[in-house]
Design a protein around this ligand. Structure first.
Ligand SMILES: CC(C)(COP(=O)(O)OP(=O)(O)OC[C@H]1O[C@@H](n2cnc3c(N)ncnc32)[C@H](O)[C@@H]1OP(=O)(O)O)[C@@H](O)C(=O)NCCC(=O)NCCS
Length: 319
């Protein structure tokens, strides 16, 4: 039976408590989770424009029972630029699962997102995870319709250190400006394309915990990701590749550019993984050593007054 002491509060900012809540809940999943460390979570909450009210916690007395966070993103959707929320870190504590709390916190978060003036919400669920059901049910409970718009396969690569030319120290501000510029034209060729402010791009290239960025000023090519351990016994460190922009690089220069990035990452991680939402040609990733991975995500878009239609590709971060 549901306790009457359940009530919503804004996220307090205690990333250590959140990290252990996520770890205990996600360890019950069939698929392997990531070790969302307090440092990584804290840096996520430092994203420009993020506020604690966009991360409702359903508390049972002084125990967190259910949680989800909505991070601000700017997306061009069919050519119209708007503010969308990326809902992620959806978690119900083990002892509260299956009692409707997931639906409640999801619905509450969507209400807050709408009230804060966002145009809609994007989220992802791992194929086969119960969240595919719970998030759609949560949207329905709030009076909206979450539509599955795209399925996203993954590639992965095993990293090996290789001798390479020394890389000049990254100028984060200039790399961020390059990311802002690289993303702009994607809005014209994709139905959903993320757009960046300079501050957001700076967070992406430098501010997020574990961020790693490789940028070639001459061509404008930029690849970026972050390194986090996965929840296996060895806490294997993995590079999650987020941004792949080739700039003016010739086709034959793309795989070597990526390999040089992977070579740098090899000092800090042993595997790399990259989602394929369709904005970049996987051939160049495969030429750099990436192969198919047994993981698939589903992307969902929730709009307030209409139903989103499926898309063939999108450019946005997958978290
Ligand atoms: C996903 C999660 C947040 C769902 O929270 P929850 O509180 O257990 O879900 P609810 O009780 O609100 O149930 C939501 C819906 O899913 C269904 N459901 C819940 N658990 C289920 C299960 N194990 N199998 C099948 N259906 C299930 C419920 O029947 C309900 O459907 P309905 O509204 O049609 O009746 C929770 O399972 C969890 O924390 N999982 C680990 C973290 C995770 O995987 N997050 C998502 C990463 S993509």
């Amino acid at each position: 039976m549901e306790s009457s002491s359940l009530q919503f509060q804004d996220f307090t900012g205690d990333s250590a408590v959140l990290s252990s809540l996520i770890a205990s809940s996600w360890s019950e999943n069939r698929e392997q989770g990531l070790d969302y460390t307090p440092e990584f979570l804290q840096s996520c909450f430092e994203y420009p424009g993020m506020s604690p009210a966009l991360a409702p916690v359903l508390m049972d007395g002084d125990r967190p029972a259910a949680f989800v966070a909505a991070f601000p993103r700017t997306l061009a959707v069919n050519g119209h630029t708007g503010r969308y929320a990326l809902l992620t870190f959806f978690t119900v504590a083990p002892e509260y699962k299956g009692r409707g709390l997931g639906v409640r916190v999801w619905a509450e978060c969507l209400r807050r997102v709408r009230q804060a003036g966002f145009d809609g919400a994007l989220h992802y669920c791992v194929d086969g995870n119960v969240s595919n059901h719970a998030t759609v049910a949560g949207a329905r409970a709030a009076g909206y319709s979450a539509q599955r718009i795209l399925s996203i396969p993954y590639l992965r690569a095993f990293l090996r250190s290789q001798p390479s030319d020394p890389v000049p120290a990254l100028d984060p501000g200039r790399a961020a400006a390059a990311l802002v510029e690289a993303a702009q034209p994607l809005a014209a060729r994709l139905p959903i394309a993320r757009q960046w402010s300079q501050q957001e791009a700076l967070w992406q290239c430098h501010g997020r915990h574990g961020a790693l960025t490789h940028w070639d000023e001459a061509s404008g090519a930029l690849v970026n990701g972050y390194i986090l351990p996965v929840c296996d016994a060895a806490r294997t460190r993995c590079l999650f590749l987020d941004e792949v922009h080739w700039g003016r690089l010739a086709d034959e220069a793309k795989a070597p550019f990526l390999k040089s990035f992977l070579g740098r990452a090899a000092g800090q991680a042993t595997i790399a993984t990259v989602p394929l939402p369709g904005y970049t040609d996987p051939a160049h990733l495969k030429a750099a050593g990436f192969r198919g991975a047994p993981r698939q995500l589903h992307a969902y878009l929730t709009l307030w007054t209409s139903e989103a239609a499926p898309v063939e590709a999108l450019y946005a971060d997958v978290l």
